[in-house]
Write a protein that binds this ligand. Sequence first.
Ligand code: HQG
Length: 183
Amino acid sequence: MDPKTATRYSKFLSQHLRHQPEAIGLTLQAGGWVAVADLLAACAAHGYPLTRDELDDLVEDSDKQRFAYDEAGQRLRAQQGHSVAVNLELVPATPPAVLYHGTAPAALPAIRATGLQKMSRHHVHLTADEATARRVGQRRGRPVLLAVNAAAWHAAGGVFYRSGNGVWLTEAVPPQYLEGLDA
Ligand code: HQG
């Protein structure tokens, strides 16, 4: 698959494993899983035919490791980013002292007032690495980098999880734990 086609397919998979499984006739099992055979059939029936080998390549090459097979390789799921109700069975974890979030200038007034909110996803997405956060912010224009005082928010009762692909997740971050809101 050439890189452009791979990106198109990867977006199609993200869309249906995170947001709209029913649009291609899929139902996510507990943990967000779908049987690979069902997924391949649904993709083919909706204009995205692919072989198991091509799916393996997409999973392996996903720049953010968006997808993961179960241990038997029989089922696939998105590792994070869902808007549909799904229980990823995440285990609370102690975050690094500082985490980062990239956003856009237009969101700042609301974030100053209410802190980081999960919006349409299940969690606020944070990263341990500044460059990744900047890239996330860039999706919406000039990036604004916020530093999250994760140690303090964790000590005050904030619950953090780490997804299978290393994204740090939390329910919300109150504004007093954010730096960079004046950008
Ligand atoms: C902003 C992509 C107003 C928040 C990315 C963000 C990431 C607020 C937007 C992953 C707010 C939500 C997640 C508040 C937060 N008022 N706006 N109180 N609190 N916001 O896409 O973090 O390619 O749901 O700053 O690369 O941008 O899909 O979250 O701008 O890793 O794998 O509301 O999604 O990865 O946007 O991105 P999103 P995000 P994938």
